[in-house]
Design a protein around this ligand. Structure first.
Ligand SMILES: NC(=O)c1ccc[n+]([C@@H]2O[C@H](COP(=O)([O-])OP(=O)(O)OC[C@H]3O[C@@H](n4cnc5c(N)ncnc54)[C@H](O)[C@@H]3O)[C@@H](O)[C@H]2O)c1
Length: 437
């Protein structure tokens, strides 16, 4: 038995602050409200439905994760949000078109009560939107200070004992790390100088950490994947996580690719095409925002298949990802994958997948799990990049010089072993004692 980590109890209310009040955020908030009323069930959420095996198989101990580690309960969650449009969550959910009118009506009061605070927003980073519900300030540091005030006011008005912030706002244009991102001192100077390489999402991240709030990034933006933010997270002893919620087509890729590799089946090509018609799709119609997403989606196969170790199988495959904005579909994305594989004696085979998915239905439980697990991490004294939460991300953040783990099953094992370790339980390696005792 390991020594259990000291975890502060989950007493009081947990504030879940959402940057962006669009399809994902409103589906998440409405879902929590409906589950609290026991009108709907939280499928897709590991924290609500998952179990964890403890000890030896003969012990038959498999408690629910939420009974095993001290998580905030759904009843203790309160929500805050920022958006560059002033629509309340009821209007935003209606426009997003993910949930039925019947479902939205069942939690209309809760949704109407969630009105977004003014955003830190600039069209330079999200060109397809033109929101006017936006903060003004003489530089980005001043805007960060306004966000810190927002968090203070939210905490006071709602009596929260802890908060977490999840970025559910639009995908920003592709940015590469620059000098301004390398240290906290350089970053703070860049905030004061209005440096263009500091995107709004970074201003939120900086403000959250300064206000003592863990930050998880659901979009592929650079945001908290820079040394300056890690330095601040270390200084404030706060966890950060990212990037890009793992849903839809990439989720399927990280389920299938480990299977091909496990069976030493080769890959010649993987062509992925999507149509989607929500606001996210509209934003991704801008080539610079798409580039951020594309980088996130493309990295997955290389790290799972390890062509550097298995050149004959994976040294020369074509991987293409296309996202097409097609308004009639709304949030009900459709994706097609054509996968060219080869097996015994080089014989080619094909797999076709047609996934009629609902993006925000897959993303909402991830927001819930991340909010609860980031809060747990904070109470357990974890800080910096939370690699054990890679399970939830398309482009998991890792400390410098490490490669990310994309295999969904390894990610799940890592997550559960981290929980076992937290509670002083034996880690599970799947080595049966009967073979070596
Ligand atoms: N839906 C999914 O399955 C999924 C999966 C992975 C990642 N994501 C990412 O999650 C994010 C949200 O997706 P969505 O479908 O809800 O998109 P959405 O367009 O419906 O919502 C995003 C909201 O963010 C707002 N916004 C933009 N910039 C902002 C800023 N600087 N501050 C505050 N608000 C701002 C927009 O006005 C909009 O209301 C996107 O970045 C998307 O790429 C979504």
């Amino acid at each position: 038995m390991e020594k259990p980590a000291k975890i502060q109890p989950a007493t009081g209310k947990l504030g879940v602050l959402l940057a962006g009040l669009g399809a994902v955020s409103t589906t998440f908030v409405a879902g929590v409200a409906l589950c609290r009323k026991r009108l709907r069930r939280p499928f897709g959420s590991l924290t609500q439905l998952g179990t964890i095996r403890l000890g030896k198989r003969t012990e038959n101990r498999s408690p629910a994760i939420r009974d095993f580690v001290p998580l905030a309960s759904l009843d203790d969650l309160v929500f805050g949000a920022w958006d560059c449009f002033a629509d309340d969550a009821h209007q935003a959910a209606t426009k997003a078109g993910v949930l039925t009118k019947e479902d939205i009506d069942l939690c209309a009061d809760e949704l109407r009560a969630l009105r977004p605070m003014k955003a830190v927003f600039s069209r330079d980073y999200v060109r397809r939107l033109d929101g006017s519900h936006v903060k003004q300030g003489k530089n980005k540091m001043e805007l960060a200070e306004q966000l810190i005030e927002d968090i203070g006011r939210f905490t006071k008005e709602n009596g929260t004992s802890r908060n977490v912030l999840v970025w559910c706002a639009s995908t920003e244009i592709f940015l590469k790390p620059t000098e301004a991102h390398q240290s906290l001192a350089a970053f703070e100077k860049a905030l004061r100088d209005n440096d263009p390489t500091i995107a709004p999402s970074m201003v939120y991240a900086y403000a959250a950490l300064r206000a003592g709030v863990p930050f998880a990034n659901g979009a592929p933006n650079l945001t908290v994947d820079i040394p300056a933010i890690w330095e601040l997270a270390r200084r404030e002893s706060l966890p950060v996580a990212g990037k890009d919620f793992k849903t839809g087509q990439t989720l399927m890729k990280t389920i299938l690719a480990p299977g091909f590799k496990a069976r030493m089946i080769g890959l010649k090509g993987w062509f992925s095409s999507n149509i989607l018609g929500n606001r996210d799709g509209e934003v991704l119609d801008d080539p610079d925002s798409f580039k951020t997403k594309e980088e996130s989606k493309l990295s997955v196969l290389d790290t799972i298949l390890q062509p550097e170790l298995h050149g004959e199988l994976y040294g020369d495959f074509h991987h293409k990802v296309r996202i097409n904005y097609y308004p009639p579909r709304g949030d009900n994305k459709e994706s097609w994958d054509n996968i060219d594989i080869f097996g015994w004696l080089d014989y080619p085979m094909q797999i076709k997948i047609n996934f009629l998915c609902r993006d925000s239905i897959l993303a909402a439980p991830i927001v819930l799990d991340l909010a609860l697990l980031m809060d747990l991490a904070h109470r357990a004294g974890f800080h910096g990049i939370q690699e054990w939460l890679s399970f939830y991300f398309k482009s998991p953040m890792v400390p410098p010089k490490l490669y990310p783990e994309h295999d969904l099953f390894i990610q799940l094992m890592k997550l559960k072993n981290t929980l076992r370790w937290l509670k002083g339980e034996e880690l599970i390696t799947h080595l049966g004692n009967e073979y070596y005792d």
